[in-house]
Design a protein around this ligand. Structure first.
Ligand SMILES: *[C@@H]1O[C@H](CO)[C@@H](O)[C@H](O)[C@H]1NC(C)=O
Ligand SMILES: *[C@@H]1O[C@H](CO)[C@@H](O)[C@H](O)[C@H]1NC(C)=O
Ligand SMILES: *[C@@H]1O[C@H](CO)[C@@H](O)[C@H](O)[C@H]1NC(C)=O
Ligand SMILES: *[C@@H]1O[C@H](CO)[C@@H](O)[C@H](O)[C@H]1NC(C)=O
Ligand SMILES: *[C@@H]1O[C@H](CO)[C@@H](O)[C@H](O)[C@H]1NC(C)=O
Ligand SMILES: *[C@@H]1O[C@H](CO)[C@@H](O)[C@H](O)[C@H]1NC(C)=O
Ligand SMILES: *[C@@H]1O[C@H](CO)[C@@H](O)[C@H](O)[C@H]1NC(C)=O
Ligand SMILES: *[C@@H]1O[C@H](CO)[C@@H](O)[C@H](O)[C@H]1NC(C)=O
Length: 380
């Protein structure tokens, strides 16, 4: 009887083209799987909650930050935008102001003297709609009314599609500003810890290795992590050098400059590197790896820059997930315990016409914004 029920259910499933759509589990998570990868998502902020890949010994590791409790994402006061889609204009807007066609707009100052992630009502604080789901992909959509975040003109329609295939997580973001020209710059704000906090000796990110062979320029920033306008060439072995060869993230930690490299009280990285404009976008732009787990992650992207943030502001009081760490040890994430890698356009490019990024950051009716990246995982 049980067997015939199973056979019957299987027959029904097979008859439903194109197959039953995935449903969220009791925690509200949607699970996508493909060989070598399992990824889970929730509609809140279009967030990736878990990403499982195999380490060098074949052990499955959850290599991104997040919470076990999916209901905690909306109420977390720290709101680190764990693996979310902030928008409609990610990162900083200098002095909370910019001008389009002679009109000056004022955005909310929520990060010292600047705007971060578009201020109040930003996209990483909303429940997105699930508009499509298959076994290996899910699409979340958002409709953002003009001025829903203060100082942002134009109704925007956007969607993100996450898809998994063998060892790979692909992300595609499309957006249109329907009624007026608006700043538009997006990213998937992914926080990695390739050891899943299971290295019993060390939970910091400093021994992860980064290689970005064409990232030879850095956007010089002030004490509030706002670009000054200067784009510097990175010389070999300088603090920002991840181009001349694979370097550990802690490679410059002996250097006095390292201690305030990302602003007041901020050591390590929270800045943007620019890729070579002429690089082949089908090539790997950046590789993150860890000797301990042996996991490596290759980023391909159509974006021209990447922001790296080495989790300086983690206060040691928040915990990682039950899918991470070592049984019997505490679960606290230390300062410097992770790295956010955010492929995007040049930070605050709307205020730097001299960079020539306006047509990549301001979109009006009839124009299409398209962002895509993929992470391919393997072992070293
Ligand atoms: C999706 O996964 C379910 C459960 O594993 C399976 O029954 C179904 O056939 C799959 N559908 C497709 C289109 O692969
Ligand atoms: C999950 O988080 C929500 C929101 O903070 C809280 O109300 C709930 O008690 C939490 N659940 C568990 C099991 O901790
Ligand atoms: C985003 O919007 C929320 C809700 O309106 C607000 O509490 C939060 O401070 C904003 N976050 C940022 C980084 O602007
Ligand atoms: C989701 O769809 C509903 C119905 O169309 C709409 O009212 C709501 O604003 C949408 N949510 C988002 C985040 O766009
Ligand atoms: C946009 O919102 C802000 C604050 O909510 C308000 O002061 C301003 O007048 C609004 N602008 C427009 C054009 O509606
Ligand atoms: C972890 O490794 C980093 C880099 O070598 C080092 O600075 C730090 O002190 C280590 N932490 C612990 C707890 O051993
Ligand atoms: C960076 O190097 C290029 C040549 O490779 C040069 O044209 C440019 O002026 C340099 N920029 C700075 C800020 O020194
Ligand atoms: C970890 O990183 C530190 C700082 O970059 C370096 O001194 C040390 O040798 C590294 N340890 C290992 C095991 O690679």
């Amino acid at each position: 009887m049980r067997y015939s029920f199973v056979l019957f259910a299987a027959a029904v499933a097979a008859a439903l083209p194109p197959g039953p759509k995935p449903k969220p589990d009791a925690d509200g998570k949607y699970t996508l799987t493909a060989p070598g990868i399992k990824a889970q998502f929730i509609p809140y902020a279009a967030t990736l909650t878990n990403l499982f890949v195999k380490d060098k010994d074949g052990v499955e590791r959850d290599i991104v930050l997040g919470y076990d409790n999916t209901s905690y994402y909306p109420v977390d006061p720290g709101h680190p935008v764990y693996n979310a889609i902030p928008g409609r204009y990610v990162n900083r807007i200098g002095k909370g102001t910019y001008t389009i066609d002679g009109v000056t707009y004022h955005t909310e100052l929520n990060d010292g003297p600047n705007t971060l992630h578009s201020g109040t009502n930003n996209w990483s604080f909303r429940f997105w709609n699930v508009t499509d789901a298959t076994n290996d992909s899910i699409t979340f959509s958002i409709y953002d009314k003009a001025n829903s975040s203060q100082g942002m003109p134009g109704d925007i329609e956007a969607s993100v599609t996450y898809k998994v295939s063998k060892n790979t997580w692909k992300i595609t973001i499309d957006a249109k500003s329907l009624t007026a020209k608006s700043p538009l710059m997006l990213t998937q704000h992914t926080y990695f810890q390739l050891d899943a906090f299971a290295n019993p000796k060390n939970r910091t990110i400093w021994n992860h290795t980064l290689y970005a062979p064409t990232a030879k320029r850095a956007l010089v920033a002030d004490q509030n992590a706002l670009p000054t306008g200067l784009i510097a060439n990175i010389s070999k072995n300088a603090i920002d050098d991840f181009w001349s060869g694979p370097h550990e993230l802690g490679h410059a930690s002996g250097n006095a400059e390292f201690e305030s490299h990302c602003g007041n009280g901020c050591h390590g990285y929270n800045g943007a590197l620019a890729f070579d404009d002429k690089r082949n976008k089908k090539d790997v732009a950046l590789t993150l790896s860890s000797k301990w787990s042996g996991i490596k992650a290759d980023l391909r992207t159509n974006q021209d820059a990447v922001v790296l943030y080495t989790c300086n502001w983690n206060d040691g009081k928040t915990e990682f997930k039950n899918t991470q760490g070592v049984k019997g040890q505490d679960k606290f994430i230390p300062r410097d315990g992770c790295i956010a890698i955010e492929a995007q356009d040049y930070v605050d490019g709307i205020n730097h016409p001299e960079w020539g990024r306006l047509d990549k950051q301001i979109f009006g009716p009839g124009q299409k914004y398209h962002w895509e990246s993929s992470w391919e995982f393997g072992t070293i």
